[in-house]
Each structure stands twice: as C-alpha cells, then as structure tokens.
Design a protein around this ligand. Structure first.
Ligand code: FAQ
Length: 333
C-alpha cells in the first residue's frame, strides 16, 4: 500500500548538469543516472557529501529525539502487552538512529561531531517530535500517522543513490511498517471502545494531523534542496507528491476508524483521483523548526541530560577499548 507508484524512472527525474562541470562530476552524474550506487570510497562532489551528512544526520537525530514523545508512556501503558509492544517500538527507533549515524559516519563525520551539532542546536531534527503526548491515544496517533508519514517518505530512500543510506533504509522501513500497523491497531481498539475512548482517539487525530502533513517539509516551490537532491538521486519523490500520497492513503483509514480528519476543506476529487486538502499553516512549521514549538526546550533538555548521564558509560567503554588494544599489542610483541 505504502510503496505503490514510487518507482520513478531515472529519466524522469534527471535535471541537467551545470555547464562547465568537470569530467569527474560528469562521470559521477552518469553513474547516478544509470542508478549505480555510490559507495564511501568512491569519488563524490563535496556538495553531495555535505547534503548527505546533513540529511542522514538530521534523520538520525529525528529517530533519536523521536523516542521521547512515546517514551513518555512506557511506564503508563494500559496493559502488559501494550507496554511490551511500546518498549520494543521505542527501542527500534534507537536502532534506527544507530544505523543512520553509522551510515553518516561513512562520509567522514564522526558520531561525536553529529551529536554535538544536535545538542548545540546547529542541527535540525524533525518538527513532529516537538509536540506533546498528553494521552495514551497520542501513542496510537504517532504510530498510525507519524510512522505512516515516515514510511511514505522513506520507501523511496531505499533506492537513494548512496549505498549505506539506501541499505540502512530497507530494514528501517520494514520496522516502521510494523510500527504503523501497531499504531493503527491501537487507534482501532480505542475507536471501538467506549465513547470516552473514541473521543480520546479523535482528539489525538486532531492534534497530530497537521503536524504530520508538515513532516514532509516545505512545498516544492519553497524547498531549497529539492532540485539538487533529486538530480543526485537522493530524493526520488518530491515533498508535495509524498504529502499527497500520504493524505490519499490515510483519509480512508480515518474513515474506517470512524474518525474525522480535522480539515473542513478536505474533499475527494473524482477527476484527479486525489483528496484536496486545506492550507497548511507554514508559520507554525517555521516556529517549530526555529526552536519555538510546544516541546522543543523540553526535548533538548532531555537529550542533554541523557548525554550527561551517559558520560560514565562512554568513559568506561573507552577505557575498556584502550585496555583491549594494549592487551592485543602486548600479545603481538
Ligand atoms: N522538520 O529543502 P527541504 C521518523 C528543513 S523519522 C524539520 O525540503 P530536504 C521515524 C530541511 O532540513 C522523521 N526540518 O529539505 C519515527 C531544510 O533545512 P536545512 C525524519 C525540516 O532535506 C517515527 C529546510 O527545512 N525523517 O519519523 C522538515 O530536501 C515515530 C528546507 O527543506 C527524515 O529525516 C521537518 N519536518 O527535504 C521516529 C527522512 N522538513 O537542513 C520515532 C529523511 C524540512 O537546510 C517515532 N529526510 N525541513 O537547515 C528527508 O527526506 C528530507 O530531509 C526532508 C526535507 C523531506 C525531511
């Protein structure tokens, strides 16, 4: 369902290389256009490396910070089954961050450097994780909508031109797909529950709908990185196209749940075969990515505290590694 229609032929996305490109740039672009994978030791333009480090590290930070909103409910999950599922889902997100940090490290930027960029506010993470989770239904809404939007955006990344990123995305997408289903199943249980539970599910949908649409990034016309990232085969489907696919897939799911999407302008257009939806409040998005969302301060404070609290673990691991290296060197003498 989430993967349909995402295969864009290379010819349709190719944008001409700038005049005066050097031979190695032309060779590089020819490899991209032939759908060849670029590997860490291959020649690549500095801009390509920089773009990938920016996107992959932001993606890793998103998975990492993204553990916090749902993590808020681990101790209060309503049953042992729900607690076990939520625990393993949140652990999966930590794993995604790890694969992505590792993929970014292959481009020559260390994990410590990326972490420093996050903690000092120089790197972004997804706007979506700056919203609060006041009720149990928010856990369902995150799985259903946020993981649903994440998969929509990430399936095309499995075919991204950079090998380590593309390979990391395959496993991540499989896990996100499971996360989406568990969120939907949670929402289904609430929607079929008492009137109070159904109202809780509706309120969570009201809270998460618009921020989920913002996750896909600015409209194509206002997306500064899209043209170049598309030319380099990093981006395969545009922000607006993915957002539209998400709306088209998700509205019937809301109908099935008996919930109402909070958009008075939402309507099915028979001629185009797509839903038309209302205007996104981009000023809210700007505020959130500038650090002024409802939970930005709280999220960064939690990450800084976790980093500080973990200092002894990093020191112990480094001391252990040094000890092992010394023992190996001694044995080799
Ligand atoms: N939030 O020119 P574009 C998840 C920034 S993972 C914050 O369109 P691009 C799993 C953008 O960085 C969710 N900033 O940029 C999970 C750029 O700023 P910069 C994360 C945003 O890169 C689920 C500027 O706006 N997914 O959910 C956002 O071509 C549940 C201009 O934008 C990924 O990172 C935003 N929403 O396209 C975990 C996927 N959107 O860097 C836990 C990989 C845009 O110049 C629980 N990333 N910006 O300062 C991508 O696909 C792309 O980077 C886009 C943005 C599509 C996000």
């Amino acid at each position: 369902m989430y993967t349909q229609g995402l295969d864009i032929p290379a010819g349709d996305r190719a944008v001409p290389v700038a005049d005066g490109a050097r031979p190695e740039e032309l060779r590089f672009q020819a490899r991209i256009d032939a759908d060849d994978k670029i590997e860490p030791r291959d020649w690549m333009p500095e801009g390509y490396r920089k773009t990938l480090v920016r996107q992959i590290s932001q993606h890793a930070h998103s998975e990492y910070v993204g553990m916090l909103p749902e993590g808020n409910w681990i101790t209060r999950a309503p049953s042992l089954r729900r607690k076990a599922v939520l625990l393993s889902k949140v652990q999966d997100e930590a794993g995604h961050a790890l694969y992505l940090y590792s993929a970014a490290e292959t481009l020559g930027t260390s994990r410590a450097e990326m972490n420093d960029q996050l903690l000092t506010g120089r790197a972004k993470y997804s706007s979506i994780f700056n919203y609060p989770t006041p009720t149990w239904a928010d856990v369902g809404a995150i799985g259903w909508l946020v993981d649903g939007a994440a998969i929509m955006n990430q399936i095309p990344l499995c075919r991204c031109s950079y090998g380590p990123y593309a390979r990391a995305m395959v496993r991540i997408c499989r896990e996100e797909s499971f996360h989406q289903r568990q969120g939907f199943e949670l929402m289904l249980a609430l929607s079929r529950g008492t009137a109070e539970q159904k109202a809780m599910a509706q309120a969570a949908l009201d809270r998460w709908w618009w921020p989920s649409l913002m996750m896909f990034g600015p409209n194509d016309a206002n997306s500064p990185h899209s043209a170049q990232s598309t030319r380099w085969g990093i981006k395969r489907v545009s922000n607006d196209e993915l957002r539209q696919k998400f709306v088209d897939v998700t509205v019937p799911q809301a109908d099935y749940l008996g919930l109402k999407v909070p958009d008075p302008d939402l309507k099915w257009n028979k001629a185009t075969g797509h839903y038309e939806f209302g205007a996104i409040d981009w000023s809210e998005f700007e505020q959130v990515i500038r650090g002024n969302g409802p939970c930005n301060v709280q999220r960064m404070a939690a990450r800084r505290k976790a980093h500080d609290d973990g200092a002894w673990v990093r020191e112990a691991a480094a001391a252990h590694a040094a000890k092992k290296r010394a023992a190996l060197a001694e044995a080799a003498e």
